[in-house]
Write a protein that binds this ligand. Structure first.
Ligand code: HEC
Length: 176
């Protein structure tokens, strides 16, 4: 390679480097803007507006998945996995417990304690005891309470039951 070719080569490389650096800065500023956008807090909101802001349905969808997996973990005697899904359900309920939002005039925080967290205590005992029979009973009890809260919040048509098929078939639920 003679000097001329080398110079052109170096210039091209520098241009590419400069272009990449520019792209990087642009991306970073986009990320910064996204991360630093403040969450809107407005104390003049009405209860109805607050209700709209607290999205219950996605949390319920998550619980429905975990509840499905929990059944097959417990039924398969995989108590570590059952404990894992139990905690996931509990975490979602604890998130609901923190809100001051209402659903059809019913405080979600109060309702989740009554229909969710309290009945879950017995289910946890069954998992800790690795007792399949008790697990089955308390699982049914949990589903009755899930549906109970739906009745209490005026969604009686959302009925939760014990599943018959795993929602995902690409995971092994039993311990063997
Ligand atoms: C605090 C009371 C409460 C408890 C406890 C509760 N739910 Fe719900 N659930 C609701 C409300 C309120 C809605 C309606 C949400 C909406 O209007 O967007 C709902 C909706 C749902 C839906 C419909 C949304 C969808 O994705 O199809 C499902 C499924 C669901 N709940 C599952 C469960 C399961 C499973 C449990 C128990 C492990 C449970 N829920 C416990 C209050 C509750």
């Amino acid at each position: 390679m003679n000097n001329k070719v080398l110079t052109v080569f170096v210039i091209i490389l520098s241009l590419i480097a400069a272009y990449l650096l520019f792209q990087n800065i642009q991306l970073q500023s986009q990320v910064d803007r996204y991360v630093k956008t403040p969450v809107k807090t407005d104390s003049t909101k009405t209860t109805e507006e607050e209700e709209e802001e607290f999205e219950v349905a996605p949390l319920m969808g998550r619980m429905q998945i975990y509840a499905n997996k929990l059944w097959f973990a417990g039924d398969g005697g995989n108590w570590d996995l059952a404990a894992f899904y139990f905690e996931e359900i509990e975490e979602v309920m604890e998130e609901i417990e923190k809100t001051d939002a209402k659903e059809n005039d019913v405080s979600l925080s109060t309702a989740v304690k009554e229909w969710g967290l309290t009945p879950l205590e017995n289910l946890e005992k069954a998992i800790v005891a690795k007792d399949k029979k008790l697990f089955s009973l308390e699982y049914t009890n949990m589903t009755i309470n899930c549906s109970g809260c739906h009745v209490a919040t005026k969604h009686p048509y959302i009925k939760i039951i014990q599943p018959t098929t795993p929602i995902f078939t690409n995971q092994k639920y039993s311990s063997q």
